[in-house]
Design a protein around this ligand. Sequence first.
Ligand SMILES: C[S@@+](CC[C@H](N)C(=O)[O-])C[C@H]1O[C@@H](n2cnc3c(N)ncnc32)[C@H](O)[C@@H]1O
Length: 272
Amino acid sequence: MVRPLTSVKMLIEISTEDVMKISTQSKTTKNKDQDNLYSQPREAISGFVFDESVVKVFEDMIGRSVPGYATLLSMFPVLTHSFIQPDSHCYDLGCSLGASTLAIQQGIKVEGVEIIALDNSLAMIEKCKALTSEHRSQAKVTVRLADICESEITNASLVVMNFTMQFVQKEAREPLINNIYSGLNTGGAFLLSEKIKCSNSMEQDRLTTLHHDFKKANGYTDLEISQKRSALENVLITETVEQHVCRLKEAGFSEVLVWFQCFNFVSFLAIK
Ligand SMILES: C[S@@+](CC[C@H](N)C(=O)[O-])C[C@H]1O[C@@H](n2cnc3c(N)ncnc32)[C@H](O)[C@@H]1O
């Protein structure tokens, strides 16, 4: 029997070869946790929400929808460990099931670190608590139901937002980044991963086609792709790389760079 991608831990421990295997498996796996939320025609498509039905299939959904997701997470321990200071906080903003929390945790080499994982979906938080409690590490992990736009960031050496800013109201993004910047200690890092758009329409069309090809290669049908796209239409709001870089620099980050890109999915590293 083909085994599906069943745990967050697996996601962060897999190699690129494994990712390819998983992509192939996902096409054929028939399992209760497989994402088929948009497989049947719907009369009306309502806006996407991170409710219980999404939480149930989230691991499968994100792995088959976000190109490079597993590779990106597998780099987190390497990328983040040198920024994490003793007796400081690491934040995982929009933690979902805690995949980023678990990845950061693996890289922590110093004492007195607390990872604070926040999400405003109760269903996500409940499952995240269960999954993260299965793992022991040097760092304490606190998982909390909270709106990241109204949360305090203090004594932070690392803040991660992995594909969450895109769901935050556009006007709330600048204050949120300013809050992150002021809560970070000098030398601390902000890791921001986002789906992006291009100002050049040919590039935008090319990247969209590649993204849809990726989803089709992972077993999604044209109907699933188009219905999910409609559901995300006014919910997932993308910006260009330039807009992100500009906002990060304006907040005061001294170094801002793109360290990862797979099609229209980009990750930035910003250092205070
Ligand atoms: C695409 S998922 C993030 C994936 C996750 N970071 C990972 O690495 O697997 C986006 C998450 O952000 C959460 N979210 C969106 N807006 C939020 C807000 N204002 N406050 C807290 N969480 C939020 C959603 O509930 C959802 O779980």
